[in-house]
Design a protein around this ligand. Structure first.
Ligand code: 5GP
Ligand code: ZN
Length: 115
């Protein structure tokens, strides 16, 4: 999608620190990290966010949650210590980039409830 920053990162038009990539997904370090490990896991195909899901998105979303997130957690050695997966949705949910992304946060104790 034109002018979408995460589409441009997925297409390597904008540089990022990539930690994982396959045909469907790219994962890269957040520019403004909120934890020692802060990675964004993004489908390469543009999806606006959770409210825009269609049934076919189950494949890539399932891949992100079942395969990619735990793999990156193992790769970055936070699997055992624990981590948090977050999908901010809409204005009050704190979504600022309208291309679906799963935050993977770890390397410190997380607070609950989130602010
Ligand atoms: P949201 O607030 O939509 O859940 O998360 C968007 C995230 O994208 C933020 O944590 C922000 O720091 C990150 N971000 C925004 N622009 C860029 C960028 O150009 N590169 C990278 N690596 N992260 C970005
Ligand atoms: Zn996009």
């Amino acid at each position: 999608m034109a002018d979408c920053i995460f589409c441009k990162i997925a297409g390597h038009e904008i540089p990022s620190e990539v930690v994982y990539e396959d045909d469907a997904v790219i994962a890269f370090r957040d520019l403004n990290p909120q934890a020692p490990v802060h990675v964004l896991i993004v489908p390469k195909r543009h999806i606006d966010g959770v409210n825009a899901f269609v049934p076919a998105d189950k494949v890539v979303v399932g891949h992100i949650l079942v395969d990619v997130a735990p793999k990156i957690a193992r790769q970055l050695e936070i699997s055992e210590s624990g981590y948090r997966l977050v999908i901010n949705t809409g204005k009050q949910g704190g979504q600022t980039v309208d291309h679906l992304h799963v935050h993977l946060l770890g390397g410190r104790d997380m607070t609950w409830p989130p602010g």
